[in-house]
Design a protein around this ligand. Structure first.
Ligand code: ME8
Length: 648
């Protein structure tokens, strides 16, 4: 019987069209699913959409439609994009599916009956416009740490999950199961920042909106969207508290949850604790991939730098998009996407290295042998090296993919293609074609090339399935073995065709800007931005000051040496700054907007003569300058600015 392999993506919020970052995740998971199928596993690949929550309720109200109408529209868009990029999922779950909502309600009831969830009161500082509660240590001078507006003391009835009850068991599980979370660096952050300092009980209901699964028997509360969303991984398999379903029995525990780095905490702490409370086995592995940024910037609608898979596929083809995203994302770090970088990778790897190789080889086989595949003769010259290069790729792909190192696996295949191109230059088939009595040797050379390409195409299937299929069609074979020598002689290769036409960067941008000129969408977008701007409420300008008053704050250039999230406050980042003449510790309430790794090494501007103050139990000695309330941007100094220099 085949060994099972169950893998999942995170389920994206159904709040708008998924961008290339969200889509990368489904492409990545798809590549792993296809690879596992190729390896003979019985794969179950789950994806879906996260359809409840206040954001969706608000967006629907703004459009004057029901939340269900809203999510139906977005869900159709997600499915369209998933199928466009070739996601070979076995099931698509929506958190508004009836069976899921029932199971979530039952799970909540069971945990309530067990005493793991209890009704209590949430007391804290409430920010009315943000609808958020904050603790004493989180508020900054009586103001909301997010938006800076005054907060008020408030109490609210709510349900809590006794997280601390399971913390030790989870820690033990993590210690006994190395590789539970990959990459390891993300696990360390969870253990040191959240598990070890002690878990607080988690508030698992909301009463400020209604678009969610109601708490059974107390319907003015809805179940927290994360409890609802995380449960999808078991409800999709037919799990409910008093029935397990065939799929659940067969596929649970999950072999791999593929998620982004921002939601590692939910998957490595809350989710396993929910499962421990339900007395269910824990998933085997959680892989937190990095983020795809636009250049070095986070993609965001407000910055206007969001890219979408369908638009990119129009320009570069589906496999162009799959190849770029899979190869551009390193295992443990963020990746970057720009038009320039896609064009460069597309031309170098797909058009030149791979496309040219296939085209040249098929053309030579046509020219010299009327397309007929020749017998392979004795190995000589660089033949063995070429064979070993593709055999190495077969081995490397296996070991990289077993550790989900997808970009490394792709690089290993392309390394073999590079070797094959070199082989053509070394063996110069065109000279042999003119030489007397060299036909057999020429036939062997072409066989070796065709066979290297064939195995390469088989290896490529999980990553760029359409291209893999086209190459095998060009070679006139459906042989899928990765053993060298599988290609049958005497068959015919097909008519040579161009797999990836080179893109001229200048022409590309000229065409793009031409299209954008009369692109209605862009006109509408511009209108939207204009409307947004005219609706924006600007903070009134402060009173005029004398020049001497301006000189009072001592503003300096400082470099970020270290930066980490404060364990006691999710809002604060703790910085160690180099001011040139001294080092400073500064706390700043910007954790929602930046990840520490985005700031380390950067030069910032700080108020250096602010009196020290205590925040969340630590001293903050200065202030980092940033703009905005809802969308905060740190003011960075130019790379060449000297550390310690004064700003005036
Ligand atoms: O977090 N690059 O949904 P989501 C790569 N509903 N991945 C990215 C990315 C980027 N630029 N931006 C987002 C949610 N992602 C929850 C999940 S699971 C039970 C509930 C990833 O729409 C992100 O990290 O915000 C996450 O894994 C996925 O896209 C969906 O994000």
């Amino acid at each position: 019987m085949k060994e099972k392999f169950y893998l999942t993506t995170a389920i994206p919020y159904c709040s708008g069209k998924p961008h290339i970052g969200n889509t990368y995740e489904v492409i990545l998971t798809d590549a792993i699913a296809r690879y596992k199928r190729q390896q003979g596993y019985d794969v179950f690949f789950l994806t879906g959409t996260d359809e409840h929550g206040i954001k969706i309720e608000t967006k629907a109200a703004e459009l004057g439609i029901t939340p269900k109408e809203f999510v139906d529209g977005v869900n159709a868009e997600v499915k369209r994009i998933w199928s466009l990029v070739g996601a070979s999922y076995d099931k698509f779950i929506r958190t508004t599916d009836g069976y899921h909502e029932k199971a979530v309600s039952d799970i909540f009831k069971k945990l309530l009956e067990k005493g793991d969830i209890y009704k209590g009161e949430y007391e804290g500082w409430y920010c009315v416009p943000d609808e958020s509660f904050f603790t004493d240590t989180q508020v900054v001078d009586g103001k909301c740490p997010d938006c800076g507006r005054p907060v008020q003391r408030a109490r609210e009835e709510a349900y809590f999950f006794k997280m601390s009850k399971y913390a030790d068991r989870l820690l033990k599980h993590i210690e006994e199961n190395p590789g539970f979370v990959e990459p390891e660096s993300r696990l360390k952050e969870m253990v040191n920042n959240f598990l070890k300092p002690g878990l607080q009980d988690l508030c698992v209901t909301r009463s400020s909106f209604t678009w969610g699964v109601p708490v059974p028997g107390d319907e003015k509360h809805v179940i927290y969207v994360w409890i609802d969303a995380l449960s999808n991984y078991i409800t999709a398999l037919g799990y409910d508290v008093d029935e397990q379903g065939e799929l659940f029995k067969k596929y649970w525990p999950c072999d791999l949850h593929v998620i982004g780095k921002d939601i590692v905490r939910f998957h490595t702490i809350y989710w396993p604790i929910m499962l421990l409370a339900l007395e269910l086995p824990l998933p085997k592995k959680i892989y937190g991939h990095g983020w795809l940024n636009f250049g070095t910037d986070k993609m965001s609608k407000s910055k206007g730098n969001v890219m979408y898979a369908d638009e990119l596929a129009e320009l570069f083809g589906v496999d162009g998009v799959r190849y770029y995203t899979l190869s551009a994302m390193p295992f443990a770090a963020d990746g970057s996407i720009t038009y320039e970088s896609i064009i460069s990778v597309y031309n170098t790897d797909l058009a030149n290295n791979l496309g040219n190789l296939v085209n040249r080889t098929a053309a030579m086989n046509k020219k010299y042998f009327g397309k007929k595949i020749q017998q392979r003769g004795e190995e000589e010259g660089p033949d063995a090296e070429l064979r070993e290069a593709i055999e190495k790729a077969v081995k490397d792909v296996r070991s990289y993919m077993d550790g989900y190192r997808v970009s490394d696996a792709l690089a290993a295949i392309f390394e073999a293609f590079r070797r094959a191109n070199k082989y053509i230059d070394e063996t110069t088939p065109w000279t042999l074609a003119k030489a007397e009595g060299a036909e057999k040797r020429l036939g062997t050379i072409l066989y070796n090339l065709l066979e290297t390409i064939r195995i390469g195409a088989v290896l490529l299937e999980p990553f760029v399935p359409e291209t893999s299929k086209k190459i095998l069609e060009q070679l006139g074979t459906d042989c899928k073995t990765t053993e060298f020598g599988g290609l049958a002689a005497n068959n015919e290769t097909a008519e040579p065709a161009v797999l990836f036409a080179r893109i001229d960067e200048k022409e590309f941008f000229a065409k793009l800007s031409e299209e954008n000129k009369d692109n209605e969408k862009d006109v509408n977008k511009a209108k939207e931005i204009k409307e947004e701007l005219s609706e924006k409420e600007y903070e009134p300008l402060a009173e005029a000051i004398e020049f001497n008053d301006f000189l009072k704050p001592d503003l300096r250039v400082a470099k970020v040496l270290e930066c980490e999230v404060m364990p006691k406050s999710k809002k604060l980042l703790k910085f160690q700054l180099d001011l040139g003449f001294e080092k400073r510790q500064v706390l700043s309430g910007i954790a929602k907007f930046y990840k520490p790794e985005e700031l380390i090494g950067k030069k910032i501007i700080m108020v250096a003569n602010l009196k020290p103050r205590m925040l969340a139990g630590e001293e903050s000695n200065g202030m980092i300058l940033a703009s905005g309330h809802d969308d905060v941007h740190v003011l960075f100094a130019d790379d060449d600015a000297a550390i310690g220099d004064r700003i005036c």
